[in-house]
Design a protein around this ligand. Structure first.
Ligand code: ADP
Length: 190
């Protein structure tokens, strides 16, 4: 289990779980949202371009996101594995990831799908807004991100389901409890 994706709606706890799981499996966690936010903070051209989409809760265009991920996955530290968080989010991104991985001669081992109820997610994200102050954590933008998730990212899950590599994990509960569920789900698929 060295090449993994974690997929789930905004607020499902992907980032939190990705860091924990990657430490347990000794692979690099890569979050496209974190990379974008670091670029926004640093005022890079990529950040300036991405910010207008992120603040409105829209996806950054595939052309921008795909080349960023291709570049990140070509780096030395992912040779032995990775846990990708936040990518792919569209069907076109699935195609791009397929192409990146086949160029590298490797395959995905599993896709972790974290599930949670929309209303629970809104509550969680509004709470996070108070702590982290993310510009995209207003109720209106949160609801827009959730609807985009259902409209665009459900297709991504379906495509991996056809390949039989999706492991569904209930994202509701204590953080440790969810981490254990994820680890159990990964063991079952070996
Ligand atoms: P969340 O899943 O809570 O919305 P993320 O940190 O994963 O948070 O992403 C934040 C924002 O970054 C997204 O709303 C989107 O604008 C942008 N983003 C992240 N990953 C992608 C991606 N794969 N494709 C397009 N945009 C992305």
């Amino acid at each position: 289990m060295t090449r993994l994706l974690i997929i789930g709606p905004p607020g499902a706890g992907k980032g939190t779980q990705a860091v924990r799981i990657s430490e347990r499996l000794n692979v690099v966690a890569i979050s496209t949202g974190d990379i974008f936010r670091a670029n926004v903070k640093g005022g890079t051209p990529l950040g300036v371009e991405a910010k207008k989409y992120i603040d409105a809760g829209n996806f950054v265009p595939d052309s921008v996101t795909n080349s960023m991920v291709r570049d990140r996955l070509s780096q030395e530290d992912v040779k032995d594995g990775f846990l990708l968080d936040g990518y792919p989010r569209t069907s076109a991104q699935v195609d791009e990831l397929d192409s990146i991985l086949s160029d590298a001669g490797v395959e995905l081992d599993a896709v972790l799908q974290l599930t949670a109820d929309d209303e629970e997610l809104v509550v969680r994200l509004l709470k996070r807004a108070e702590i982290e102050g993310r510009a995209d954590d207003t109720e209106e933008v949160i609801r827009h991100r959730l609807s985009l998730y259902h409209a665009e990212t459900a297709v991504v899950v379906n495509r991996y389901q056809e390949r039989g590599i999706v492991r569904q994990v209930d994202g509701i509960g204590e953080i440790d409890e969810v981490t254990n569920r994820v680890l159990d789900a990964l063991e079952q698929s070996v």
